[in-house]
Ligand binder design. Structure first.
Ligand SMILES: [Cu+2]
Length: 148
């Protein structure tokens, strides 16, 4: 029993130290949806300001190649899938459809590539790969707003 208390106290102290060390690590989530497509995305912001973005999608045509995908945002901070109004992007690693039509990609975005995560709402967008390399949105997921 004493040991549990000790572990609890150490955990609280650890969190306090972490909180004083700067930005707290944060994770944000998005559900991706599109015609015949579903997936999810996770964006983790580390204390140093770098981001990890993980994107998973299924329902693609098997072996249909690679798909551009980005985090979209805008200066107004009101970017959304519905409006498709995120005119600025953070490029992510392409998603490549496997033999089952599934794709997974992860991207490390160095802090100096994203000075600060954009304020307001953002979204993950996966683009069609034909006829042009970066076509219209085929799957999208809104990310929860920063600072809420
Ligand atoms: Cu895009």
């Amino acid at each position: 029993m004493k040991r549990k208390w000790l572990i609890g106290i150490l955990a609280v102290v650890g969190l306090a130290v972490l909180a004083q060390g700067g930005q707290k690590p944060q994770a944000r989530f998005a559900s991706l949806g599109g015609e015949g497509l579903k997936g999810s995305a996770v964006l983790v912001t580390l204390p140093g300001g770098e981001h990890w973005a993980f994107v998973q999608l299924e329902g693609l045509k098997p072996g249909s190649g690679s798909y551009a995908n980005h985090i979209h945002f805008n200066d107004a901070g009101d970017a959304s899938c519905k409006a498709q109004n995120g005119n600025k992007i953070v490029p992510l690693t392409n998603l490549v459809a496997d033999a089952d039509g599934k794709a997974v990609a992860y991207t490390l975005i160095p802090a100096d590539k994203v000075a600060a995560y954009p304020k307001g709402t953002t979204y993950f967008n996966v683009h069609a790969n034909s006829p042009q390399a970066v076509g219209p949105s085929i799957a999208c997921g809104d990310v929860s707003a920063v600072g809420d």
